[in-house]
Design a protein. Structure first.
Length: 255
């Protein structure tokens, strides 16, 4: 792909109007309630007040997820209240790329998610993808959720012939890609990415506003003037094509 670039404007400008509609709807996506359950669906910095049958509950959520794996919720129920707090546990923490069988991870997660309440590690019952914490809450209670972020390799079902023998990369919920602007080699000269390739994750403050990148040394097509191995850098897929026209690839040869 070498002909794609971002446009300053479109004659049919549906995106700006959809953003205007989407922004005020975000609170309804972040939190929900059902009976005596307070449900946390999305992790982002915010403060909110949720109505429950026993009264209002205020929350402050502090996190840099998905760039950082730590999520902290500080709870203020006014007076002590008993209710169920449900935390969504993303499928990727349970080795599920997405629902269905179209994609799968090629490696197991090395760490599991953890939940701490007021500094105490706890085992929460998992129901339909949510960790359930049922207790009496008081002002100042803190819940710390850790969602380990590590680069992982993804393969497609054999039914997806275009991705046969290829691999993609994710870190947490973020899909990555190789873009020409970040690499000294032609990304289409990557011969393969062996299963034992070490994937390094680092944060680059000066790149695209500050992002985590994945890098690895991989075999490339070589000649008398070029090396047989080179460093490949990957960036979050949603950020590509911000630096002019160039090649990009999500699926790279695995064999």
């Amino acid at each position: 792909m070498g002909s794609c670039t971002r446009s300053e404007w479109f004659d049919c400008s549906c995106c700006p109007s959809n953003i205007s509609r989407f922004m005020p709807s975000i609170p309804g996506y972040v939190y929900a309630s059902k009976g005596n359950q307070l449900i946390v669906n999305l992790y982002m910095g915010n403060s909110s007040t949720i109505d429950l049958p026993k009264g209002e509950v205020s929350l402050v959520q502090e996190t840099r997820y998905p760039w950082d794996e730590a999520v902290q919720l500080t709870i203020d129920p006014g007076k002590n209240k008993e209710f169920e707090l449900l935390l969504r546990i993303p499928g990727w923490t349970r080795d599920e790329v997405m629902t269905g069988h179209l994609y799968h991870f090629l490696d197991k997660a090395s760490e599991k998610y953890t939940i701490m309440v007021n500094g105490q590690l706890m085992e929460a019952q998992l129901q339909d993808g949510y960790a359930v914490i049922d207790r009496s809450w008081k002002k100042g209670d803190e819940v710390n959720l850790k969602l380990p972020l590590e680069p992982r390799r993804v393969a497609a079902s054999d039914k997806v012939s275009a991705d046969s023998g290829r691999v993609a990369f994710e870190c947490g919920p973020i899909v990555y890609c190789a873009e020409e602007a970040d690499n000294s080699i032609d990304i289409f000269t990557v011969e393969r990415i062996p299963p034992d390739t070490k994937l390094n994750r680092s944060f680059e403050n000066e790149l695209l506003g500050g992002i985590p990148v994945i890098s690895a040394w991989v075999p490339v097509s070589s000649s008398a003037d070029t090396p047989s191995e080179a460093e490949l850098k990957l960036i979050p897929y949603h950020l590509w094509s911000n630096r002019g026209v160039g090649k990009m690839a999500v699926w790279l040869p695995a064999e």
